[in-house]
Design a binder for this molecule. Structure first.
Ligand SMILES: *Cc1c(COP(=O)(O)O)cnc(C)c1O
Length: 446
C-alpha cells in the first residue's frame, strides 16, 4: 500500500513514490471535492443517492458496479475515513461501524456459522470479553480462552471447527504485547485468519498486517479520534487470506442472503470486505454516522503527533510510578524492566502505547483515595482521549467481583488504570504525587 499515491490515481510515467505515514494520515482516500473545491472532507449528511437510470440502479444492487445507494451501507464521508484507515494499516480496504464493539461483532459474524469455534486471548478489553462470552454463545459459537503469551496454547486450542484467532496488540490490563508474527504463523498453519484489535497501538505504533495478521479491528472511539467526542469502529482486511480453502463456506459458497453470490470467487481480494459491507453491515445496521466519520478524520490528521506525545508522557508517568513507594506492579510494557521488552522492540519501536495499570498501596481504600485525590486526571471509563483518564476497576468496572475473582481477572483491589493524555507531563506527575500524599495520610491514620 505504501507505494500507491494517496489519491488512488492510476500510476503515471514517474517512478512510484512511497508517501510517508504523516502525508497519508492527511491525504489518503480524499481529493478536494470536484464540485465545490472544498479542501476539507465534506459531511455528506444524506440517507440516499439519486440513480442516473434504472440500469445503473440495478447494477449497484447486483454489486456489478460500485455506487452509493443508501447510507446504511455506504456514504462518501464515511468512505474517506474507511480508505484512510485501510491505507494507514496497509490493508486492501475497510468498512466502518457505529462502534468498536459493532466492528468486532461484524468481523466475526461475517466468517462464522452456528457450531463454529474461536480461539481468543484472555487479555482483552472487558466489553470484548462480554461480547465474545455471551453474544457468541447465543450464536452457538464456542470459545477457547488462551494465555496470549504462550504460542503453544494457541496451537493446542485449534479444533477442526475453529474459524479464527482473536487477540489485542497490547492487552488489558497487563500490557501483554502480542507476538503477532508467531501467532499469525500458527493460525496460518491451520489456514485460519488472525484477527487483531489494534486500538491501543494505532497504525502509527504498530501495523499488525505487516506481521501476518489478516483482519484488524479498531475502536475509533479511542486514539484514532483522540478527542473523546464520538463512538465508532472499523474493520480492515489484508485481502490476502484464502477464504476458498474449504473452511469458510459462508464466504466462498453461494450466499442465500445475496441472491447466490459467491463473494470470494467474485471479488477476490475484496471478497470478505464486500460480504462484510453488503451483507453484515446491511443486516446488522450499525452504520457510522457521516458527522462522526468527519470527526474521526479530524483526529487522524494529527495521529502521529498525538501518539508521539502520548507515548512520551506515558513513559514518564510509568517511570515516576515505578520509583514511587506507594505504587507497585506498573504494567507499562515500555519500561526497561518489563518482560515484554523484546516484543516491544520488535513490534512497537516507536512506543508501547499510553494505557497501563499499577497497584496502589492500601488496597481498595488506597485506590479510592488516589482517585479522590487527583484533580487533573478525569475519573471515567474510557481510554485514548487527549485528556488524561484514571479509573479504579475494583470500585467501578469490576465492582461486583470479590478479591479472588478480581485476582483471576488480573485486577488487584488497589489496581488503578491510567490512560495518559497530552497535558504537560509535569502537571500529570504533580497531580499523582499530591494524590499519593492523601493515600499516605489515610493509610497511616487507619
Ligand atoms: C473501547 C474498546 C473497544 C470497544 O469499542 P467501542 O467503540 O467502545 O464500542 C474494543 N476494544 C478495545 C481495545 C477498546 O479499548
Amino acid at each position: 500500500m505504501t507505494d500507491t499515491p494517496p489519491h488512488s490515481e492510476p500510476a503515471r510515467a514517474e517512478p512510484a513514490h512511497a508517501f510517508g505515514f504523516e502525508t497519508r494520515q492527511l491525504h489518503a482516500g480524499q481529493r478536494p471535492d470536484p464540485n465545490t473545491g472544498a479542501r476539507a472532507v465534506p459531511i455528506f449528511q444524506t440517507t440516499s443517492y439519486v440513480f442516473e437510470d434504472p440500469e445503473s440502479a440495478a447494477a449497484y444492487f447486483n454489486l456489478q458496479e460500485y455506487g452509493n445507494t443508501y447510507s446504511r451501507i455506504m456514504n462518501p464521508t464515511v468512505a474517506v475515513f474507511e480508505e484512510r484507515v485501510a491505507n494507514l494499516e496497509g490493508g486492501a480496504g475497510a468498512v466502518a461501524f457505529a462502534s468498536g464493539i459493532a466492528a468486532q461483532a461484524a468481523a466475526l459474524f461475517t466468517l462464522l456459522q452456528p457450531g463454529d469455534h474461536v480461539v481468543c486471548s484472555t487479555a482483552l478489553y472487558g466489553g470484548t470479553v462480554n461480547q465474545l462470552k455471551h453474544m457468541l454463545r447465543k450464536m452457538s459459537v464456542e470459545l477457547t480462552w488462551v494465555d496470549p503469551d504462550d504460542p503453544q496454547a494457541w496451537r493446542r486450542a485449534v479444533r477442526p471447527d475453529t474459524k479464527a484467532f482473536f487477540a489485542e496488540t497490547i492487552g488489558n490490563p497487563g500490557g501483554n504485547v502480542l507476538d503477532i508474527e508467531t501467532v499469525a504463523a500458527i493460525a496460518h498453519e491451520h489456514e485460519l485468519p488472525l484477527i487483531v484489535d489494534n486500538t491501543f497501538a494505532t497504525p502509527y505504533l504498530c501495523r499488525p498486517i505487516e506481521w501476518g495478521a489478516d483482519i484488524v479491528v479498531h475502536s475509533a472511539t479511542k486514539f484514532l479520534g483522540g478527542h473523546g467526542t464520538s463512538i465508532g469502529g472499523v474493520v480492515v482486511e489484508a485481502g490476502t487470506f484464502n477464504w476458498s480453502n474449504g473452511r469458510f463456506p459462508v464466504v466462498a459458497e453461494p450466499s442465500p442472503a445475496y441472491h447466490g453470490l459467491r463473494f470470494h470467487e467474485t471479488f477476490g481480494t475484496y471478497g470478505y470486505l464486500m460480504k462484510l459491507r453488503a451483507e453484515t453491515l446491511r443486516d446488522l445496521g450499525a452504520a457510522l454516522a457521516p458527522l462522526n466519520a468527519f470527526l474521526f478524520l479530524q483526529g487522524l490528521e494529527t495521529l502521529s503527533l498525538r501518539m508521539q506525545r502520548h507515548v512520551a508522557n506515558a513513559r514518564a508517568v510509568a517511570e515516576f510510578l515505578a520509583a514511587h513507594p506507594l505504587a507497585s506492579n506498573v504494567t507499562y510494557p515500555g519500561l526497561p524492566e518489563s518482560r515484554y521488552q523484546p516484543l516491544v522492540a520488535k513490534y512497537l519501536p516507536l512506543g508501547a502505547g499510553a494505557v497501563f495499570s499499577f497497584d496502589c498501596a492500601g488496597g481498595r481504600a488506597g485506590g479510592q483515595d488516589l482517585i479522590r485525590g487527583v484533580t487533573l486526571w478525569s475519573h471515567l471509563a474510557n481510554v485514548g482521549d487527549a485528556k488524561s483518564l484514571i479509573i479504579h476497576p475494583a470500585s467501578t468496572t469490576h465492582r461486583q467481583l470479590g478479591d479472588d475473582e478480581l485476582r483471576a481477572a488480573g485486577v488487584g483491589p488497589g489496581t488503578v488504570r491510567l490512560s495518559v493524555g497530552l497535558e504537560s507531563v509535569e502537571d500529570l506527575i504533580w497531580d499523582l504525587r499530591q494524590a499519593f500524599a492523601l493515600v499516605a495520610a489515610t493509610a497511616v491514620s487507619a
